[in-house]
Unconditional design. Sequence first.
Length: 326
Amino acid sequence: MGRLNSYGVMGVLVLALLGTCHGELKMGFYDKTCPNAEKIVSDFMKEHIPKVPILAASFLRMHFHDCFVRGCDGSVLLNSTSNSTSEKEANPNLTLRGFDQIDRVKVLVEAECPGVVSCADILALSARDSVGVLGGPFWKVPTGRRDGSVSLRAEANAQIPAPTNNFTTLKESFANKSLSVKDLVLLSGGHTIGIARCTSFSRRLYNFTGVGDQDPSMDSNYVANLKQRKCRTQTDNTTIVEMDPGSFRTFDLSYYRLVLKRRGLFTSDAALITDSTSKSLVEDLTNGTPEDFFKEFAKSMVKMGEIDVKTGSSGEIRKHCAFVNS
């Protein structure tokens, strides 16, 4: 499969190489202290994601946003306090959904094993299991993360990649977290199950450079369709648009095919074909099989899940995901 390498592997791709230890995280961290922890998370997702499929995209995005600010420490789950405004209230996180569901999973896990399983691990497992319910890959999640106690809106606003970012900015943002261009392309594939409000990309349709023009990098027929059927005004902040029309409930390669057709919603989607390396990776993906994509996506998710984790005596195990322990 070119740069992504071709593997003749079918099925859900439980990768042996992902079963090894990753730094201070390790497979089966809760095997003795809370052996049913992963099953509790998995069962919850199997029950609830079919009812509200879009939550899978939200859990995936929530995990991504968490890891990009202070590492994968569950800080995105914390509520604001009288002394500080949390990441939840940062612009990139205002459209996240599913915090209540994560809290519900935490309650179930606490009932089984009080004070043992971190919210950061619950979020990492929820992202994996919800993707699996929609037909995506299964990957082994090394656990042992501990929860952080600091959550700042300003940090989230500054560090989470924006849908308006160009390739140079995206590449730098990912490199700051030790993620490669290949990781950028693969993790962008999560948009295959995503949705977006019109306001997050309407500038591309109505006023790209401030003179009432549209983004020339976006397919003109797609622009016309969106303006006619979905985003009828630039200020529409309620209408939802599928990022992978007709396939947003299935984890597949359709997103990349749309990007190559210049039909990605975000500037950050379009950016993937403005660089020769990333464009070649996108082309390799579309020429390969879903199994190839699943394998590589899984590896990038594990890599992302290791960003600046707190382990050992660092951090805490929160009793409630929205609050630090008193």
